[in-house]
Design a protein around this ligand. Structure first.
Ligand code: ASP
Length: 454
């Protein structure tokens, strides 16, 4: 049995959903289908989830939301019409959507926002189920609460609860095709909570792990995962096979094909994942597995992500001072900050943070406390930092990779702010100025991929 998840562009229009129908019909093992909300039909289009957020924001601000509401309904009605669904079916689905958008907003704004956001996936799943039935398939929409997809009560950032896996296992015994909305679950008390953005990938992974699927297929709009961002390098190499660990590092540092959190359930259950293209389903796609052959490319991919900053703290004899690091991190914890990396020297330590979390007010308080409580000598905050990563299993154990990387970066005139090669078995990380990040990635791509193919 396979779990097949379809992303927003695969469901953006009736035409796209017809391709989804053909893909499901082509393989009887595709019995658990997870859907996103309809995404963009073209570059300048708006995703239904973004329209729903606009709608919720206007309602919460006490304004009129008629226009955006109309647009949301129009999107779904166009799809229903294009799929040739029966009038009664469409009426019922739109009535349910209407009900979902009419819930009270006054009690708890974040719950309201989550409930509205989830209506995109929910309505889409109902449409797809009806469409598959119109093709003669025995397909049914299943609600996440009914199926037992239980999550924590963190609005917009739900985490799956262990009990969910037990409950969801029963989906395996259902006959026919299950169509399941992605992106949200419920608390055990029945409150709807969404995952973080792009979270339908997470739903698919949870279901695949719960039913011990043979394969989790993730259908999107590219033929495969590429070794580098295709917006930076023309026609980069495709990745055929990659390990969970490599994929995790790449999605951490900017690869957006697959949600960062989505890998974990599949990884834990050992379910292979295949990234495929709805617009070209015959292409082999990218397989994500637990191990790959050592003789395959040592470097799997090169990624970069912007929006970081570093907090540098130095104090003479820091290495002798018991508890310095803990107290520094405690100050950050008190501000609710999660840190990304902590490269350190004898008498200094840098903490890498996401810039959006490290607001001016927080900075002021943190610097003040470091000065008065830790008696640090230097405290320097550097903004505009990007992290560039070379990712590949076994790469660190092979001679010369870092020399090749730093030489390539030097030739591209990229100044390295930081190198972190210490802890990870699968990646090498360089901190560079944001303006240099793209150049760094391109230089590394040429070093490790175009040269090797010559
Ligand atoms: N529709 C949601 C979003 O745009 C979730 C998803 O597509 O995976 O974030």
């Amino acid at each position: 049995m396979k779990v097949a998840k379809f992303g927003g562009t695969s469901l953006a229009s009736a035409e796209q959903i017809k391709k989804v129908g053909a893909i499901i019909q082509a393989d009887d093992q595709r019995r658990l289908i997870v859907v996103s909300a309809p995404g963009k039909r073209h570059k300048d289009d708006i995703k239904v989830t973004d329209l729903l957020i606009q709608y919720a924001d206007s309602v919460l601000a006490g304004g009129r939301a008629d226009q955006v509401k109309e647009e949301i309904f129009r999107r779904f009605q166009d799809i229903a019409e294009g799929l040739g669904l029966a009038h009664d079916d469409t009426e019922q689905i739109t009535a349910e959507l209407h009900e979902a958008l009419s819930i009270r907003s006054s009690d708890d704004p974040s719950r309201f926002l989550d409930a509205v956001k989830a209506a995109g996936e929910d309505t889409c799943a109902k449409l797809v189920a009806r469409y598959l039935r119109s093709l003669g398939k025995d397909a049914h929409y299943v609600n996440p609460y009914e199926a037992g997809l239980f999550v924590t009560d963190e609005a917009g950032n739900a985490q799956v609860l262990p009990i969910a896996y037990e409950k969801l296992r029963a989906l395996k015994d259902r006959t026919g095709i299950v169509v399941f909305p992605g992106f949200f679950g419920y608390t055990t008390e029945g409150v709807l909570v969404t995952f973080s953005r792009g979270g339908s990938d997470i739903t698919g992974s949870i279901l695949a792990a719960a039913i011990q699927a043979d394969l989790y297929e993730n259908f999107t709009d590219v033929d495969s995962v590429y070794v580098v961002n295709p917006n930076l390098v023309e026609k980069p190499k495709e990745i055929r096979v990659i390990t969970y660990r490599e994929m995790r590092e790449l999605s951490y540092s900017g690869f957006t094909v697959f949600h960062e959190e989505a890998l974990y359930p599949a990884y834990r259950a050992g379910i292979p994942v295949c990234i495929k293209n709805t617009n070209n389903p015959d292409a082999p796609g990218t397989m994500i597995v637990s191990e790959r052959k050592a003789d395959e490319n040592r470097v799997a991919g090169i990624a970069s992500d912007k929006g970081f900053c570093s907090l540098y703290v130095s104090k003479y004899l820091m290495n002798r001072e018991i508890g310095f690091g803990r107290r520094l991190l405690q100050i950050l914890e008190d501000e609710g900050l999660s840190y990304e990396h902590t490269p350190s020297g004898i008498d200094n330590i840098s903490v890498i943070l996401r810039r959006k979390d490290f607001t001016p007010e927080i900075r002021e308080r943190v610097v003040q406390r470091i000065r008065t409580e830790l008696h640090a000598e230097d405290i320097v905050i550097e903004d505009d930092l990007a992290l560039v990563m070379i990712v590949g299993e076994g790469m660190r154990r092979s001679v010369g990779t870092s020399a090749r990387a730093t030489t390539a970066l030097a030739q591209a005139k990229v100044n390295l702010e930081m190198i972190n090669q210490g802890s990870s078995e699968v990646s090498m990380m360089f901190g560079v100025k944001e303006v240099d990040a793209d150049r760094a990635v391109i230089a590394l791509y040429h070093e490790f991929f175009s040269k090797e193919s010559e």
